[in-house]
Ligand binder design. Structure first.
Ligand SMILES: C[S@@+](CC[C@H](N)C(=O)[O-])C[C@H]1O[C@@H](n2cnc3c(N)ncnc32)[C@H](O)[C@@H]1O
Ligand code: SF4
Ligand code: SF4
Length: 324
């Protein structure tokens, strides 16, 4: 019986980029990869989940044991997914990926021109990432595979909102069927507040931003690209996904948290001048306690109960609660 939809495992907390909006710039995630020994402590519970997402606050492709983790998770019958910056998706890695059981990947691209992309994704080259994705397509054809499917993930900010339509074109040219336009909703430093489009003081540029979205959505319909778009104004319904009642997050060094947003000791801006110093919440570490014991601990159960009746106080600094 599957009790969970997904177990999110931070395969790596290291990264080869320094993206300007990334919370990694505001805290020390530790410079580690999850070890196989730590992964094996989770493996015994994987029959209880439908899927495994190997994403955390780092770049999964840096973990040299990633493909072994994928093999072990698929052997337990789980679908496997992760998000990547795709800079390390060279021929060898792409071939491994196509032949592995990975069902889907999300590729983060926050600009459709080299100028915008490279001013945000510091350390990456857009042309190289595009070539990596083209090669992945070729390899899928060569090996007659449809997986992994690719979704492009775009964090919308003031500095890149004008390139949404070009991003839809890029997706179309790459044969990518799904694009996610998400808000920069994890705000950890003052610059994030000036870039986020859903805060009150961005109202001045909101009309332009909405026009950019409308144009992109129209183009997507014409080209047959499906777009998941996160609104700039609270929809009144939460975007908290995955649901912490049906998922959990485990940091590279074994700490168990309800979600990736609570899974690191990160400061969080809740307005232009207001910051919460630490928004982490952990219920134990699998290195010294079995995962089921942690999941069924009194504090964790109280958190989940609070979630069924609204939101636990720990979620109050999270913008997903407000639907943006
Ligand atoms: C932290 S990254 C980890 C995976 C991988 N390194 C990547 O870039 O795809 C996971 C996702 O978070 C997004 N992200 C980064 N900073 C963000 C922020 N401040 N608010 C919302 N999402 C953010 C990234 O663009 C990426 O899609
Ligand atoms: S590649 Fe991903 S983890 Fe690395 S800095 Fe960029 S968003 Fe953050
Ligand atoms: S609403 Fe709470 S559980 Fe959901 S992502 Fe935000 S902090 Fe995590």
């Amino acid at each position: 019986m599957q009790l969970l939809d997904v177990v999110i495992i931070e395969s790596s907390a290291r990264c080869n980029l320094k993206c300007t909006m990334c919370p990694r710039l505001s805290f020390s995630p530790g410079n580690g990869d999850m070890s196989l020994d730590t992964f094996k402590k989770i493996e015994n519970y994987l029959h209880l989940t439908y899927g495994v997402d190997l994403t955390g606050w780092g770049e999964p492709l840096l973990n040299k044991n990633l493909f072994e983790m994928i093999d072990r998770a698929t052997a337990k019958g789980c679908w496997v997914h992760f998000l990547t910056n795709a800079t390390l998706l060279n021929e060898d890695v792409a071939k491994h990926l196509v032949l592995s059981g990975v069902r889907s990947i999300g590729v983060s691209i926050d600009g459709a021109t080299p100028g915008t992309y490279e001013s945000i994704r510091i350390g990456a080259k857009l042309d190289r990432v595009i070539n990596n994705l083209k090669r992945l397509n070729e390899l899928k054809k060569t090996y007659n595979r449809t997986n992994p499917t690719v979704t492009l993930v775009y964090v919308m900010m003031k500095q890149n909102i004008h390139e949404l339509s070009e991003m839809v074109w890029l997706a179309f040219e790459l044969g990518v069927k799904n694009v996610v336009f998400k808000n920069q909703n994890v705000l950890t430093k003052p610059k994030d507040v000036t870039e986020a489009l859903f805060l009150e003081d961005q109202k001045g540029i909101l009309a332009d931003a909405k026009r950019a979205v409308d144009d992109a959505l129209y183009l997507a319909t014409v080209l047959g690209v499906s777009v998941e778009f996160h609104p700039f104004e609270s929809s009144g319904t939460t975007l908290c996904a995955p649901n912490p009642l049906r998922s959990l997050f485990i940091t590279w060094d074994g700490f168990v948290s309800p979600c990736c947003n609570l899974g690191h000791r990160v400061p969080r801006m809740v307005g232009p001048e207001e910051a919460l110093s630490d928004t982490s919440l952990f219920f134990g570490n699998i290195i010294d306690k079995p995962l089921d014991e942690i999941f069924l601990s009194e504090n964790y159960i109280s958190f989940r109960n609070a979630f069924t009746n609204g939101y636990p106080k720990e979620c109050e600094g999270c913008n997903l609660v407000y639907g943006v």
